[in-house]
Design a protein around this ligand. Structure first.
Ligand SMILES: *[C@@H]1O[C@H](CO)[C@@H](O)[C@H](O)[C@H]1NC(C)=O
Ligand SMILES: *[C@@H]1O[C@H](CO)[C@@H](O)[C@H](O)[C@H]1NC(C)=O
Ligand SMILES: *[C@@H]1O[C@H](CO)[C@@H](O)[C@H](O)[C@H]1NC(C)=O
Ligand SMILES: *[C@@H]1O[C@H](CO)[C@@H](O)[C@H](O)[C@H]1NC(C)=O
Length: 505
């Protein structure tokens, strides 16, 4: 049984009601939302059954192509889901320790983003085009991250072609999957990718530029060379994440299927030694900014644009979407996409930053900015982290508006503002709005405001946390990005936001 699955499911139910019209029309100037609150229903089957929604199966069969005056762009759509392979006991204590582990892992990630080394990185120029892949939330894989499914291996492969469920990460670049023959692999749900079964698989030669500069930009260290079983030298990569997770293996190329689109010569890591908080996924899709990221590698096809819509519910069948390419026809946004400038930091090459010029809660201004020039937006961090002074202001305003009617509950992990909502059928939740440079607003969906620790509603917390120091980088986490279309236009150098009901299935 998966605790978060239920949590988000309930919040999603709440969100639907909060939308007033089922999320239909544009709601401008929304300040708060009324949420119905009910006892969580624990589903009968906790096992993470993975199923593609019918809607997406259709979409995924064909790549959308569209000729523009200046260039040809194409777009492909992938399903995006929470992943939840781990069965969690119904017992409250088990659920609580599960949530604690998840938030501890999130803290490790948030810290690792702060500690990123400041080595100089080179950034290649951008090309242009679009593809869409489905996104699902990472719950099934023991994290709060979102996953999508890709396939590696060419058509002529024997058994090489396989669907692989991977974590979607905008905070790193190199895509990797666990590969046969694994020396150290964690248990994954999909069959291991077998390079020997794919006729189109090839190791990247050691003297290729991908092994040197590109890998250094993507991982901080260039590849190392060693003779494989053949006579040619292979390029070995070593990826280390801040929380101690790692993947090491052979840098390789193969054909990758992304929704309806198929691309040859995709550079990825064939991981022979992998360990960490990847749960039951096959690996990770890197959507960062350097040249080895999926976005950069597919830029001539998809124009360097991608977007996602993260579902609020973690129910196994609920899927949002990951679109590669700039074709907006696959969006179901309820409000127009409004853009703000995308900011790059040469010292932190993979990351996407923006300038947040204000924060309000329930329509009341709480802060004149987020206390830092660059605010990181990340698909892999769960809980939004704010500078201590900004967090205090936001929390204060939220509490002022919310606690008038709801008694306090004990803090939980990194969440320090919690309420006992037992006995309330509905709660009115003030919403956080971020004012972005250029005038765009991003209002957090009702589903992204509260984190339900206990299924009976007796411990429900404001889903945001404080950084340790004022000068750390604020992070907009995925919990606050739910039910939004978030557009990353790396060529136009802009980030876009629109309200969207992301439960596509
Ligand atoms: C991969 O997923 C697609 C889309 O759901 C499905 O049609 C196909 O049969 C799957 N392939 C394998 C090998 O499971
Ligand atoms: C890499 O090495 C191979 C074999 O030694 C050679 O044929 C090839 O030209 C080299 N490639 C580059 C880019 O130097
Ligand atoms: C952020 O935007 C504000 C308002 O446009 C501007 O005054 C400020 O200089 C910007 N900050 C940075 C670091 O660009
Ligand atoms: C929450 O509030 C209810 C109703 O007021 C009360 O019975 C219950 O003991 C409280 N639970 C906790 C954990 O404080």
């Amino acid at each position: 049984m998966d605790a978060r699955l239920i949590l988000l499911h309930v919040l999603a139910l709440l969100a639907v009601v909060a939308g007033g019209g089922g999320g239909g029309g544009a709601v401008v100037g929304r300040e708060s939302a009324v949420l119905p609150l009910r006892e969580l229903q624990w589903g009968s089957s906790g096992q993470g059954r993975y199923s593609q929604s019918k809607r997406f199966e259709k979409k995924m069969t064909g790549e959308h192509k569209k000729s523009a005056a200046a260039r040809t762009t194409s777009t492909t759509v992938l399903e995006l889901k929470h992943h939840s392979l781990t069965a969690i006991s119904d017992h409250p204590a088990a659920q609580e320790s599960y949530l604690r582990r998840l938030l501890a892992a999130d803290e490790a990630r948030a810290n690792s983003l702060q500690l990123r080394n400041k080595a100089a990185f080179t950034q290649s120029g951008n090309a242009a085009a679009a593809a869409e892949v489905p996104l699902t939330s990472g719950i099934r894989f023991q994290t709060l991250n979102y996953v999508t499914t890709i396939a590696l291996g060419g058509r002529s492969s024997r058994a090489g072609v396989g669907n692989l469920t991977v974590i979607v990460d905008t905070g790193s670049d190199l895509t990797w999957v666990q590969c046969k023959p694994c020396s150290v692999c964690y248990a994954q749900r999909d069959p291991l990718f077998d390079p020997a079964g794919s006729a189109s698989y090839a190791a990247v030669p050691c003297n290729a530029s991908a092994c040197e500069a590109s890998l250094k930009a993507a991982t901080g260290v260039p590849g190392s060379c060693a003779s494989g079983s053949g006579n040619s030298e292979k390029c070995y990569y070593a990826l280390a994440y801040g929380d101690g997770s790692f993947s090491r293996g052979v840098l390789a190329t193969d054909t990758v299927a992304l929704g309806g689109a198929s691309l040859d010569g995709f550079v990825f890591g064939c991981g022979l030694s992998n360990r960490g908080l990847f749960g039951g996924t096959a690996g990770l899709m890197g959507l960062g900014r350097t040249e080895l990221s999926l976005v950069s590698q597919t830029a001539s096809r998809f124009g360097g644009v991608f977007s996602y819509c993260l579902p609020a519910t973690t129910s196994g069948d609920a899927a949002g979407s990951l679109s590669l390419g700039g074709d907006t026809s696959s969006y179901r946004n309820a409000t127009p996409v409004s853009y703000t400038r995308m900011i790059a930091d040469p010292a932190q090459p993979p990351f996407y930053f923006m300038n947040v010029t204000g924060a309000s809660v329930g329509g009341a201004v709480a802060a004149a900015g987020l206390g830092a020039a660059n605010v990181l937006i990340d698909s892999g961090t769960v809980i939004t982290r704010l500078a201590p002074s900004v967090y205090r202001a936001v929390r204060g305003e939220f509490a002022r508006q919310f606690t008038e009617r709801y008694p306090a509950a004990p803090p939980f992990s990194l969440l320090d503002t919690c309420y006992n909502l037992t006995g309330h059928d509905e709660v009115k939740v003030p919403l956080l709005t971020l004012r972005l440079e250029g005038g765009a607003d991003m209002t957090v969906d009702a589903a992204g405001m509260l984190f339900m620790v206990r299924k009976d509603g007796s411990q429900v917390c404001l889903a945001m946390a404080s950084l340790s120091f004022e000068d750390q980088t604020p992070i907009i986490g995925n919990y606050q990005q739910k039910n939004k279309r978030v557009v990353y236009d790396t060529v136009g150098s802009r980030l876009g936001f629109a309200d969207e009901d992301c439960t596509y299935a």
